[in-house]
Design a protein around this ligand. Structure first.
Ligand code: AMP
Ligand code: MN
Ligand code: MN
Ligand code: MN
Length: 273
């Protein structure tokens, strides 16, 4: 079965509207899909119809801070209309607004023209984030590409990568559990953590009620996949996977496209079929 439990729409930093996204997922043969926008569930309010054969599992990707690192925790099978999700998204939205002001202030000092207004316009009411600043920096000619904007200013460890606004993983996990969902560690390969740091994170994560981990995120090398499935077994975690799709322009990372998941894991969706 083709599954994709990690992707983004215009409700956060994705290029497709929720309706366009589910259409594309259906066209590409995805049968079980979760839209996991950054700190937002508003995509679920913009979906009148689903293509035939596509089942949607409500989800979210929450930003949090653990030992000065930005960590993403996906909530799957949440109730988007729950009080816990209302609180989570309102809190995260305030954090994003405050952080956007802090990022804009820094970028202005570097000489970027009108960063806050520019990024806000590009986010168009969705969850404002670093990609909107990167896009504005390209549009205003300050950098040649979004990846240059991340490499020099916005990427992990750079001066405009502001993380202080985020809650703890414990808080994020508790919102997800209270919303009836399962907390999943997103893309464990993308934090530049040593293996022992990751193990130490998983100790905390599981003690706070985290129950699953993405063993595959988009395209990754087989040795990483087998290591993550080993960690899944070690910590009795369920396994999830998805593309982390953002835009059709990223042709190498489309919906339902990811490296082959390992055979020796327990899938997170086993109870949802
Ligand atoms: P934010 O949610 O504001 O912290 O922004 C994080 C998002 O920025 C990620 O989900 C990616 O979509 C995007 N991103 C992170 N690093 C890079 C990068 N090096 N180049 C392009 N986009 C990136
Ligand atoms: Mn993103
Ligand atoms: Mn992420
Ligand atoms: Mn993501």
């Amino acid at each position: 079965m083709k599954i994709d439990f990690h992707c983004h729409t215009t409700a956060s930093d994705g290029a497709l509207s929720p309706q366009q996204l589910v259409q594309r997922a259906g066209d590409r043969g995805v049968e079980l899909l979760s839209i996991t926008d950054h700190d937002s569930v508003s995509a679920y309010r913009q979906l009148p119809d689903l293509p035939q054969g596509l089942r949607l599992i409500p989800g979210i990707e929450l930003s949090c801070l653990w030992q000065k690192r930005g960590i993403h925790i996906v909530g799957l099978n949440i109730d988007p209309d729950s009080a816990a999700m209302a609180e989570a998204t309102a809190t995260q939205s305030r954090a994003r607004a405050l952080r956007a002001e802090m990022i804009a202030e820094k970028l202005e000092k570097y000489g970027v023209d009108n960063p806050l207004a520019g990024a806000l316009a590009l986010s168009d009411g969705g969850a404002i984030g670093r990609p909107h600043f990167a896009r504005h920096m390209v549009n205003s000619g300050f950098v040649g590409s979004e990846s240059e904007a991340f490499k020099k200013f916005l990427g992990s460890g750079k001066t405009c990568d502001i993380k202080v606004c985020w809650p703890s993983p414990e808080q994020a996990i508790s919102w997800i559990i209270d919303a009836g969902g399962i907390a999943v560690l997103a893309h464990p390969g993308k934090y530049s953590m040593t293996r022992s740091k990751l193990v130490s994170f998983l100790d905390d994560f599981t003690s706070w009620g985290g129950r699953a981990m993405e063993v595959v995120s988009g395209r990754q090398i087989p040795s990483q996949t087998s290591d993550f499935s080993k960690l899944c077994r070690q910590f009795s975690l369920l396994a999830s996977w998805g593309s982390d799709f953002h835009s059709p322009a990223q042709t190498w990372l489309d919906l339902g496209s990811y490296s082959t998941p390992p055979p020796d894991i327990t899938p997170v969706w086993r109870h949802w079929q």
